[in-house]
Every structure is written in structure tokens, then in C-alpha cells.
Design a protein around this ligand. Structure first.
Ligand SMILES: [Fe+2]
Ligand SMILES: [Fe+2]
Length: 270
């Protein structure tokens, strides 16, 4: 199976770049399934129902969220009506929607997608992501009931993301980190056959501070005082993420490539 995962879509710049590039990538690369992290797609904070529809129309087969899952309040209802959107498994006891789902891929294959939040350096405490993902992995078998499986590990600490990669190694096709918005250069296939990259990076304008116009973040760093609101940087966005090919029988990764398309970040195309 040919999978594409794209990291946190940041504001209008990220949404525009997706609409511009994703249909072409799907066709040129023959993608079977596309997962996009959409937690910052609406003004940098959360995802509205209208923008979720736009991301799905651009070619996302599944949208994951994150700690900003419900910053846009209409998502509290919208997620119940749109099964292609997942929030973190361990977001909160009473959170609407689901954190994992098995999707049918055109051609008959099945893929499990799940998202969890980490615990290290996060703004509020979340339940243990390792036991949450273990419970989900017990419900499916890679190479048996599902032909591929992808885990979005949404957290701050690189160590915790790498820990999740090893925890899931051999049991899922891909573990990819999100949330920190800067792509890491460590795309690899772990010994058990799981493709891994510590952070996918964002789909946003990299002339920024993790996707935001630099003026207000810099003011806060330099003066210690907030003056205005953060606003997403509006220049051309780079699509950042991970391309993974899986073995149709075992579901394990046989190829992984870092993806960067458009905007300021330069990368070799596939
Ligand atoms: Fe986040
Ligand atoms: Fe994010």
C-alpha cells in the first residue's frame, strides 16, 4: 500500500498548499491512502467543520487532530458526523468522536489509523498513551485483519515519540510524530518493520516561528510580554510529511521517504 502522511496543516497557507499540491501528488505517486494532521488548519488553532470539508475535498482520506482538537467549538459536534476525523485516543474521558478507526481502502484492503497524545512537557496531563495504543493494537492484526496501520504520536518530546516508535515496532506499518511543526531528518524503518520519523513537520509557511508570524512570538521571547495574538504566517507553505510503502501481505514498511513539497523547504522529489 502507498501511504502519505502530512503533518500539522497551519492556517490558510497550509490549506491552500494542500489544495494546490495534494491532488497532483495522489495521482503522480498512485497513493492508496492519505492521512493529514489538521489540528492547526483554522487560524492556527483547531479545525472548523468547513475547513475539515476542504481538507477532505483536497484528498485527505483521514484527518487526525491533537491537543488543539476542539479549539474550534463546532468540531465538538462535527466530529460525530464525520467518521474520517480522529481525535487523540487519550484526549479526555468525555471527548466526542473516536481516536482510532479501521478504514476501507479502494481495492479492498483495510488500514487502522490511531492517534495518541504524549505526556512529557504537554500543557495539561493526559492518560498513558502506551496503554491506550496497546489496547487498540490488540483489536487488529497487521497482515491479518488489517493490511496497514498508522499511529500519529502527537507530543512535544522527541524521546517520547521515539519510545512510541519502538513500542509499536513490528505491530504497525508507521509511527509518525506530530505537534512540534519542524520535520526531523530521521526517517527510517525500525528493526521490526515499522516506518518511523520523529516529527513529520508542518504544512505551513516556514518563514515563521512554528507556523506563526514571527513578530508576536519574538516579542514574547525578547520582552517577556504578550501584546497581540498569534497569527499564522501567510507566505507559501511547504507540505511536509512521510511517504511509506507497505508490503501487501505483512503490512510492514518496505520503503520510507521524507516528503517536502512547495514553499521554502527544499527537498528531492520522489
Ligand atoms: Fe499539537
Ligand atoms: Fe500542531
Amino acid at each position: 500500500m502507498k501511504l502519505l502522511f502530512l503533518g500539522d496543516v497551519m492556517g490558510r497557507a497550509g490549506r491552500s498548499a494542500l489544495a494546490e499540491h495534494l491532488p497532483r501528488l495522489k495521482a503522480d505517486w498512485g497513493l492508496d491512502f492519505v492521512v493529514i494532521n489538521g489540528e492547526n488548519a483554522t487560524s492556527g488553532a483547531g479545525l472548523s467543520g468547513a475547513h475539515a470539508k476542504a481538507l477532505l475535498e483536497a484528498g485527505a482520506d483521514c484527518i487526525t487532530l491533537g491537543d488543539h482538537a476542539f479549539d474550534q467549538k463546532d468540531m465538538l459536534q462535527f466530529i460525530e458526523t464525520e467518521p474520517r476525523i480522529l481525535r487523540p485516543l487519550n484526549f479526555a474521558k468525555g471527548a466526542p468522536g473516536r481516536g482510532a478507526r479501521v478504514f476501507e481502502v479502494p481495492g479492498g484492503a483495510r488500514i487502522l489509523v490511531a492517534q495518541v497524545l504524549g505526556q512529557v512537557f504537554m500543557k495539561r496531563p493526559f492518560d498513558d498513551p502506551f496503554s491506550a495504543i496497546e489496547a487498540v493494537m490488540r483489536t487488529t492484526t497487521l497482515g491479518g485483519s488489517v493490511q496497514a496501520a498508522l499511529v500519529d504520536m502527537h507530543c512535544e518530546a522527541t524521546s517520547e515519540k521515539m519510545g512510541m516508535g519502538h513500542f509499536c515496532d513490528g505491530k504497525v506499518s508507521v509511527v509518525v510524530g506530530t505537534h512540534t511543526h519542524v520535520p526531523t531528518g530521521d526517517a527510517q524503518i525500525l528493526p521490526g518493520g515499522t516506518a518511523f520519523q520523529t516529527d513529520a513537520g508542518m504544512c505551513g509557511d516556514y518563514n515563521s516561528v512554528i507556523g506563526m508570524d514571527p513578530a508576536e512570538p519574538l516579542r514574547r521571547f525578547v520582552t517577556g510580554m504578550a501584546k497581540g495574538r498569534f497569527s499564522p504566517a501567510a507566505g507559501p507553505a511547504t507540505l511536509s510529511g512521510l511517504y511509506v510503502e507497505t508490503d501487501p501481505q505483512t503490512g510492514k514498511a518496505i520503503r520510507v521517504e521524507m516528503v517536502r513539497q512547495g514553499g521554502r523547504l527544499q527537498a528531492a522529489g520522489l
